[in-house]
Design a protein around this ligand. Sequence first.
Ligand code: ZN
Length: 415
Amino acid sequence: MQCNTETPAACGQQIMGWADQLAQFSEAPDMLTRTYLTSAHHGAAAQLAEWMCAAGMSVRRDMAGNVIGRYEGLTPDAPALLTGSHFDTVRNGGKYDGNLGILLPIACVQQWHEAGKRFPFAIEIIGFAEEEGVRFKATLLGSRAAAGTFDMAVLDNLDDDGHSMRDVMAASGFHAAGLGKAAYAPKAVLAFVEVHIEQGPVLLNQQLPLGVVTAISGASRFMVEIEGLAGHAGTVPMEMRRDAAMAAAEIGLYIEQRCHGTRGLVGTVGQFNVPNGAANVVPGKAIFSIDIRAEQDSVRQAAVADVLAEIEQIAKRRNVVVHSRKTHEASSVPCAPWLQQQLASAIETSGLTVKHLPSGAGHDAMAMAAITDVAMLFVRCGNGGISHHPDEIMTAADAALAAQAFSRFVENFKH
Ligand SMILES: [Zn+2]
């Protein structure tokens, strides 16, 4: 594609055009699926490297398969301001999730390159090879490698065809023994700033194109199994029932009510099963998931404690047995106030209202926080905020505004 980023509008078009082109690298026809180290994934990596190169960057791959473009500063080997996001996708995903956070900075660097502009620091754009965890059921592989927190145990995870991550990596020329070298030395890094589509409806509802993320919410997840007593739907009187599904339903409603109305707190029962259920049987067993997230860990922990206490109450009153198992726990990752402030003033300078909001979804910035201060710029998601879905959309105008704000942020960056 012809480089044309002379005006903000052209820059927005450029980013959207690249996103369309990158979306052609898919494992499945008629949808976008690009999981770690498949041929579609290799194709996308090569394409990103080509665009980075054309934008005046030197490009390297690390042993996790991350594609890293470096735009040198005024002095060689200057510490780098890092940016980037992931280029893997979920199955049948959207084309901006992750990819936008790589393409947008490339468009900005291209402009600086064409204008011969350099900064007192280097800029590195990292196309993280893996974030979503689809192929090997382990998330944030790229950013964990870059942050030096890669969990070597996941190398033995198998994909659906029974291939281990270790073998698949080796077949692609990425050797686990070299993963340690993928880690950035903290002193070579000034900060990490990730541009990402919001993946939710908050900015859209407030008619704002951009937002500054305050924190990536922490999360607690549980699987809960309720044992009641199965019985005939016609013969067991209501007062004698020990209905596992209705106990689960009552718990679900409590979670909804408990999480409602507290800023930054959300609770979800996303899986709800009545194993071997039948229309004419009182459910003897129910299995469901709980996912509770909050911007502040204390808020999340208080909600989790209340939910667990209420589960006990409900189980006692309904005479059912509960087994709950925590399957995931992650603390909130705050975005650095000094970076938030600089992002906010870049947005303000563009004449836009600044909206601060937490990110309920996990992002590469979470992993990068292990080595440096992080921040995120959210870009409005269209279509009601839908993401992880082919209907994920955003506008070229918003891409242009985001590129403008990101450029201003970098041009005025003080550390
Ligand atoms: Zn993402």
